[in-house]
Design a binder for this molecule. Structure first.
Ligand code: NAD
Length: 484
């Protein structure tokens, strides 16, 4: 029998509100007075400690997430642990290269022989607030970026994964120096108390409503923010997709929608398929779900993650109930375990309940088009800047060779895009991952995390013997000096 968050004994020990300003001050003081993290070796030692702490605790981490929302350990390993560790290794291997000052080129004549470079210096103390849906990967990736960049980290994980958050904060607190790490556990009161402190940067990953709260609060103290938010990411099936490829597209889309019960920020939120391919696509995805992925469709199926809380359960089941489309797969749910069957809805219109916002649950609306440009106009009229978009084609995969891909990419600005696959760009250790417009600002992973968590300080080293070369800048501005 698997625990659910609703029935489990409360395991998350909330941080006392009075301890929050004290903990944050500890990091600020240590950063300024001890200056340990200016040493690259110190940063590497800290990262190495994290690496071994995680390696030794992979099974407990997976167990915690199984308890929190019935997530199968294999999925936690595939989707979170392997990507997190890969990024950690990549960061450790690259840090010496990243910290090297970058020479500035194309210098004016007067500076040609002088050192001019960009130095990437730590920001100070950063606050990282992370969500429940991929709590390991999203937290670890941000934390290692910040530490590699030489910062101290105040970390606030989601209260919605109590088993995980308690364990993970304990592990990191053991692994990291208390001068550079302070974990805060709890809900809104604790997060609010954390936000009442001053930071040098705040990184928030989660929903857009709270993202707005964070941005407003940060603006009061002119604190820069990275916001990793949600969105409604489409998958386009192009009219050149062959019947055989349609099967593959259906399988990939099904995985990209239903993994983690659809609680994935870059999940396929809806599919746009040509009218004359719709029937075949529906058949294909129903077959994938019913025969390949989930032949046993019930709440005890270990391969099916459940929805995180009752409010989300109510929202998603309400969307299913009020849809004007036709349910062609799934549709049933169990409130007690917060299990919702993977649900595919056909004949959906742009004004359907499924299209009003990010679904963030196991529901896939299928829309059709006869004219791609009209669909794109619809998307544009909603000012949609999704976190991701996916395009399936049997033709060339490059926008320079496939005009339909080019048309879509010009029309829809998105955080990331993949041709013929889903989700996988998030796992790239050294490509920027982030949103645009409503789906967020700032991007991270690998080098891009390092850049975001450092300040780029331009540094010039002038000599004092060469003042004669600089004479034209000093008054009086005689005609001779002004002869450019
Ligand atoms: P969540 O409820 O776990 O909240 C995220 C964090 O915000 C938590 O740490 C929580 O304690 C804090 N929080 C909640 N209410 C707050 C408040 N009033 N004031 C201050 N802090 C508060 O997770 P969620 O927001 O439901 O996550 C799902 C959303 O996040 C989806 O929209 C998803 O698309 C998005 N998301 C985006 C990314 C990305 O990388 N862009 C990744 C994951 C999730």
């Amino acid at each position: 029998k698997v625990d659910s968050a609703a029935t489990a004994v409360p395991v998350l020990q909330h941080t006392a509100l009075k301890d929050i300003p004290v903990g944050v001050k500890r990091l600020h003081d240590a950063f300024h007075q001890k200056q340990k993290s200016h040493s690259v070796q110190y940063r590497l030692n800290q990262l190495r400690n994290v690496y071994f702490k995680i390696k030794d605790n992979i099974d407990p981490i997976c167990e915690a997430l199984l308890k929190d929302f019935h997530r199968v350990p294999a999925e936690t390993k595939n989707l979170e642990i392997s990507g997190g560790l890969a990024e950690l290794v990549h960061t450790m291997a690259s840090l010496h290269k990243w910290v090297k000052p970058e020479p500035v080129t194309d210098l004016p004549l007067t500076l040609k022989s002088q050192p001019v470079f960009i130095e990437r210096i730590p920001l100070g103390v950063v606050l990282i607030i992370s969500p429940f849906n991929y709590p390991f990967f999203l937290s670890l990736s941000a934390i290692i970026g910040a530490i590699a960049a030489g910062n101290a980290v105040v970390f606030k994980p989601s209260e919605l994964t109590p088993h995980f958050s308690q364990l993970f904060t304990e592990l990191l607190t053991e692994a990291l120096d208390e001068d550079i790490f302070f974990a805060i556990n709890g809900g809104i009161p604790e997060t609010t108390a954390a936000l009442d402190q001053k930071y040098d940067k705040i990184m928030y990953t989660g929903n857009n409503t709270v993202g707005t709260i964070i941005a407003k609060k940060a603006a009061e103290t002119l604190t820069p923010v990275i916001l990793e938010l949600g969105g409604k990411s489409p998958a386009f099936i192009l009219d050149d997709v062959t019947d055989k490829d349609l099967q593959v597209a259906a399988r990939r889309i099904a995985w990209g929608r239903f993994t983690n019960a659809g609680q994935t920020c870059v999940a396929v939120d809806y599919v746009l398929v040509p009218e004359d391919k719709k029937a075949k696509f529906v058949n294909a995805i129903v077959k994938v779900l019913g025969e390949e992925f989930y032949p046993e469709l019930n709440k005890d199926n270990k391969d099916l993650t459940h929805v995180i809380h009752d409010r989300a359960f109510a929202n998603i089941t309400n969307i299913i109930k009020t849809t004007k489309g036709k349910i062609v797969f799934g549709g049933k749910s169990d409130a007690e375990s917060r299990f919702i069957e993977p649900t595919v809805i056909d004949n959906v219109d742009w004004d359907d309940s499924t299209m009003s916002g990010e679904i963030f649950g196991p529901v896939l609306p299928i829309l059709t088009y006869t004219n791609l440009s009209e669909s794109l106009s619809k998307l544009q009229s909603r000012h949609d800047t999704p976190l991701a978009q996916y395009i399936f084609t049997s033709g060339p995969t490059s926008r320079t060779k496939n005009p339909q891909i080019d048309t879509i990419l010009k029309a829809v600005r998105s955080g990331g895009t993949i041709v013929n696959d889903v989700l996988m760009h998030v796992a790239l250790v050294n490509a920027p991952f982030g949103g645009i417009g409503n789906s967020g600002q700032g991007a991270y992973h690998g080098w891009f995390s390092f850049r975001h968590f450092t300040h780029e300080r331009t540094t010039m080293e002038q000599k004092l013997w060469n003042d004669f070369l600089l004479a034209p800048r000093y008054p009086p501005f005689t005609a001779k000096k002004n002869a450019v």
